[in-house]
Design a protein around this ligand. Structure first.
Ligand code: NI
Length: 186
């Protein structure tokens, strides 16, 4: 298994609609394994294939706990039912350290294929419903900032830029410290 690189806003893959999976083969299984490992390594509750620059309708979700994981491998999903509404503070692995409240359906039912191509259905409320909608949005090339009003979206993107600049500064400082600490080669 391998941890994959997660692309960040404004990468094109995040704003491109994914294509349905047709082959439920070993390549898909390896991709699913790697996506789950990548999601867990990043402490995320969901990861869509767009976020690893793969434009296929695949997402992994786990809203369980470390002791009791509940991994869902969801391929070619369709939301077939939605009801109620809920406002949830969401984050996204492609927008590190940016959090914003988003209004979505409180309950959804999703039909999808599992890794073997068999039809499955899942219904979820609250966090699971939010995660399903957030990840299926990714497959349609929609990020959570696109679900915000224009004002909140602007603030969230400003926060994203601030965080990225701070992380870059930290990395540069760490690199220059490492350089200072390295003795001249003899
Ligand atoms: Ni996301």
């Amino acid at each position: 298994m391998a941890i994959l690189d997660i692309v960040l806003h404004p990468h094109r893959a995040l704003y491109t609609k994914s294509k349905p999976v047709e082959a439920f083969d070993d390549t898909l299984h390896e991709l699913l394994d790697n996506m789950a490992e990548t999601m867990y390594a990043a402490n995320g509750v969901g990861l869509a294939a767009n976020q690893i620059n793969v434009l296929q309708r695949i997402t992994v979700i786990d809203v369980g706990t470390e002791e009791e994981p509940q991994l869902l491998e969801i391929i070619n999903p369709e939301i077939v039912e939605r009801s109620g509404s809920i406002t949830w503070e969401e984050g996204c692995l492609s927008f590190p350290q940016v959090y914003e409240k988003i209004k979505r359906a409180n309950k959804v039912t999703v039909q999808y294929k599992d890794r073997h191509g068999d039809a499955q259905e899942v219904s979820g409320e609250e966090l699971l419903a939010v995660a399903l909608q957030h990840e299926i949005d990714h497959l349609d090339g929609i990020c959570f900032v696109d679900r915000m009003g224009p004002m909140k979206r602007k603030l969230a993107l400003k926060e994203f830029a601030r965080v990225q600049a701070a992380l870059k500064r930290e990395a540069l400082e760490a690199a220059s410290k490492a350089e200072e600490a390295t003795p001249e080669p003899q």
